[in-house]
Design a protein around this ligand. Structure first.
Ligand SMILES: Cc1ncc(COP(=O)(O)O)c(C=O)c1O
Length: 387
C-alpha cells in the first residue's frame, strides 16, 4: 500500500493543492534534474554531446512505453502539446463526404478544433455525443450512447479515457471493439488520465494515444508523449526535422536523407531532445513507474472516500465510484450552497480546485493528505451553513 509521497515534492506548506488536472507539480528529483541541465548549458555547453541528443529521449520513450504497456518504444514520439499530437494524427486521415468523426460533448478544445477543421475540409460529419448530465450521474448511459453512435459511416472516434471536466470514465475496450467492427480509427487523448489511471495499450489497442505531459505525467509545460500505431507508419509528419531521419545520429555525415527513422519516429517534434524537459520528465516517469497508476488510483480513492460520503450527505452530487476516476471528479454543490461563497471559502482555506461546467473539479494525487481533504470539506461545510 502506497503512503503519501508529499515529502518528494516542494509544494508550499499550508496550501491544499487538489488541482493536478490543471498543473502537475514537479517532484524534487525532476526539479533538481532541470536545474542541472540549466547549469550545463549555462556553464559548459561544450559538454552537451551527441549522447545528450539521443539517450535521454530514448530512455523517455522506453519508460513511457512501459507505463502504457507498449512493447515498441519506437512507437512513442515526443510532442510539445496534445494539439500537436492530434494534428499529426488528423493530418493523416482522409475522409469521404458521408463519413463522420465522433467526439464527446464539451471535449477539451485541443481535441476539437483539429477534427472540426478536418470534417469541414472534407465536408464530412462531426458527430458530438453528449451526456444527458443526469444530476446524480453524468456518465450514466453515456458509454452506451457512444457505442450506439458508431456506425458504418464512422471514420474516427477521438475522445479521452476520462472526461476532463468531471472525470467520467469511458469504456475504451468496448468502444475499441465497436470501432474495429466498422473499421474506424480510435484516437485517445490521455492528457487527463495517463500517469494516474492505468492504460493498457495491448488491451485497448488505440490507433494513437496523445498525452500532454504537464499534468499527470508531472512533466514541464511544453512537453508531451504520444503513441502512434501501424496505421500511421507511412504518414506525413507536419514538420520535417533532421533528427527524425535515418542516421541522424551520425553527426559527421549529416546530410539529406529520404528515409525516416522507424515507426512513429517521423512524428517527433523538432528539438525533441530538449535537454531540460527530457531530464525532468525522465525523473517524473521513474516515480510514476515506481508508484504505478493502479496504486495512485487506490491511494486517491482511500483518501477521498470518507470526505465524499460526507459531501453527499450534505446534498452535493458526485458520480458513483464505478462511473468516475478517483484522481479527477466533479462535485456539484448542494442547492443551498452559494457558488460565490464557496469560492471564497476555498480561498480562505487555501484550497486549490477548479470550477468546470457547474461542478467543483477536484483532482488529487499522491502528494495530497488528510489535511488537504479536511480543508476542502471545511469549505463545503461553511457553504452549507450559509456563512
Ligand atoms: C483533456 C485535455 N487535453 C489536452 C489538454 C491540453 O492541450 P494542449 O496540450 O494542446 O495545450 C488539456 C488541458 O487542460 C486537457 O484537459
Amino acid at each position: 500500500m502506497l503512503d503519501c509521497q508529499k515529502a518528494l515534492f516542494s509544494l508550499q506548506e499550508g496550501q491544499h493543492y487538489l488541482n493536478c488536472a490543471y498543473q502537475g507539480p514537479f517532484p524534487k528529483t525532476a526539479e533538481a534534474a532541470g536545474q542541472e541541465q540549466i547549469l550545463l548549458k549555462a556553464q559548459a555547453p561544450f559538454n552537451i554531446g551527441k549522447s545528450n541528443f539521443f539517450d535521454p529521449i530514448e530512455q523517455l520513450r522506453e519508460k513511457f512505453a512501459k507505463l502504457i504497456n507498449c512493447s515498441e518504444p519506437d512507437r512513442i514520439a515526443s510532442i510539445p502539446s496534445a494539439s500537436y499530437g492530434i494534428a499529426q494524427a488528423a493530418n493523416n486521415i482522409h475522409l469521404k463526404p458521408r463519413q463522420n468523426v465522433i467526439l464527446l460533448g464539451s471535449q477539451f478544445p485541443s481535441n476539437y478544433y483539429q477534427w472540426k477543421a478536418l470534417t469541414d475540409r472534407y465536408m464530412a460529419g462531426l458527430r458530438i455525443v453528449d451526456s444527458e448530465w443526469h444530476d446524480e450521474n453524468p456518465g450514466k448511459d453515456w458509454n452506451q450512447r457512444i457505442l450506439d453512435s458508431i456506425d458504418q459511416y464512422t471514420a474516427v472516434v477521438a475522445m479521452g479515457h476520462v472526461h476532463w471536466a468531471d472525470g467520467t470514465l469511458f469504456d475504451l475496450e468496448a468502444i475499441r471493439e465497436k470501432t474495429r467492427a466498422v473499421d474506424a480509427l480510435l484516437i485517445i487523448d490521455g492528457t487527463q488520465s495517463v500517469g494516474a489511471l492505468p492504460f493498457d495499450l495491448e488491451k485497448i489497442d488505440p490507433d494513437a494515444l496523445i498525452c500532454a505531459g504537464y499534468k499527470w505525467l508531472l512533466g514541464p509545460y511544453g512537453s508531451g508523449l504520444a503513441y502512434f500505431g501501424p496505421y500511421f507508419d507511412t504518414g506525413d509528419p507536419i514538420e520535417n526535422n533532421w533528427q527524425n531521419r535515418k542516421d541522424s545520429d551520425k553527426f559527421e555525415n549529416l546530410n539529406y536523407q529520404a528515409e525516416y527513422r522507424p515507426k512513429a519516429q517521423r512524428y517527433n517534434v523538432g528539438q525533441q531532445s530538449n535537454f531540460i524537459y527530457a531530464a525532468m520528465m525522465n525523473k517524473s516517469l521513474d516515480l510514476l513507474l515506481e508508484w504505478t497508476p493502479e496504486e495512485i488510483q487506490r491511494y486517491c480513492l482511500r483518501l477521498t472516500r470518507p470526505g465524499l460520503a460526507e459531501l453527499s450527505a450534505l446534498g452535493c452530487e458526485i458520480a458513483p465510484e464505478s462511473a468516475r476516476a478517483s484522481h479527477l471528479f466533479g462535485i456539484k454543490p448542494a442547492p443551498n450552497m452559494n457558488e460565490q461563497a464557496l469560492k471564497q471559502h476555498f480561498q480562505d482555506q487555501n484550497v486549490h480546485v477548479s470550477m468546470r461546467h457547474g461542478r467543483v473539479r477536484v483532482s488529487p494525487n499522491i502528494y495530497n493528505d488528510e489535511a488537504d481533504m479536511e480543508a476542502l470539506l471545511n469549505a463545503f461545510r461553511a457553504a452549507a451553513l450559509g456563512v
